[in-house]
Design a protein around this ligand. Structure first.
Ligand code: NAP
Length: 254
């Protein structure tokens, strides 16, 4: 399975750190040519240098369609095309409902939901030309499966990605492009470090497999959806959470 990605060109938005960097590293180590996109071009370039395998880094904000369009054109020029889009860029600032402003709501939606639309739309001309067109969205368990106080805007954006995915999968099926989503549970990333030690401790206690996820756990799920062998799978979700959403009660944790 992992071999069919060899020589394919993949773009990872939000690939400069965290889950995106894990996805980029797994794809690059499996032989893909990887382009890392994030707002800060220098960080994207440094991440590309760190993973090696000919990866490149570019600055491009997912909230701007023009920026995405320009970056994807540059990647296609340098790699000769684009086969795989990993729409991963996302933010998760916390705000309880009473304090949440319209600007807070819009910032999360513009990045997580509209940003996915922007990168998918910018990738389309290249994915249509590919013989292995793949779109893999990074959603979350939060929203599609669970909820968390302070993250109502985030949860709505992550559930929204799945509605977007299902309709996009239908639209793009005639081009042999698949659209799927991974739903990470709690994964150790730089971003999560801001949530604090208490958050990490309680989360770990609620995960049946007894650990938080590694970014590579998500990378391997993405690699499956990106592979040639997953060519008959579209519009689907894969929860990667160590079993966190399974227990019906605390006793269910065994
Ligand atoms: P992270 O460590 O904070 O990394 C976020 C990445 O997205 C960075 O590369 C960041 O780079 C980029 N980014 C942020 N805003 C952007 C924008 N407007 N345009 C382009 N790039 C942008 O976060 P993470 O934990 O890896 O999360 C990645 C994805 O996984 C998100 O979609 C998140 O919702 C999802 N997720 C994470 C977890 C978890 O436990 N960590 C769980 C479920 C789902 P710049 O700052 O340079 O732009």
């Amino acid at each position: 399975m992992t071999h069919s990605i060899r020589g394919r060109s993949a773009v990872v938005t939000g690939g400069s750190k965290g889950i995106g960097l894990g996805i980029a590293r797994v794809l690059a180590e499996a032989g893909a040519r990887v382009a890392i996109l994030s707002r800060h071009g220098a960080e994207a370039k440094a991440a590309a240098t760190a993973i090696g395998h000919g990866a490149i880094g570019l600055g491009a904000d997912v909230t701007s369609f023009a920026a995405q369009e320009q970056a994807f054109a540059e990647v296609a020029r340098r790699f000769g095309g684009i086969d795989v889009l990993c729409a991963n860029a996302g933010i998760f600032p916390s705000a309880r409902l009473e304090e949440m402003s319209d600007a807070d709501w819009d910032h999360v939606m513009d990045t997580n939901l509209k940003g996915s639309f922007h990168s998918v739309k910018a990738a389309l001309p290249y994915l249509k030309a590919s013989s292995q067109g793949r779109i893999v969205l990074t959603s979350s368990i939060t929203g599609p499966v669970t909820g968390y106080p302070g993250w109502s805007h985030y949860a709505a954006s992550k559930a929204g990605q799945l509605g977007f995915m299902r309709s996009a999968a239908l639209e793009l099926a005639s081009h042999d492009i698949t659209v799927n989503a991974v739903l990470p549970g709690n994964i150790v990333t730089e971003g999560l470090a801001d949530a604090g030690a208490d958050y990490e401790r309680t989360m770990k206690a609620s995960i049946p497999l007894g650990r938080l996820g590694a970014v590579e756990d998500i990378g391997h799920a993405v690699l499956y959806f990106a592979s040639r062998e997953a060519g008959f799978v579209t519009g689907q979700t894969l929860v990667v959470d160590g079993g966190q959403v399974l227990p019906e009660s605390l006793q269910g944790l065994g």
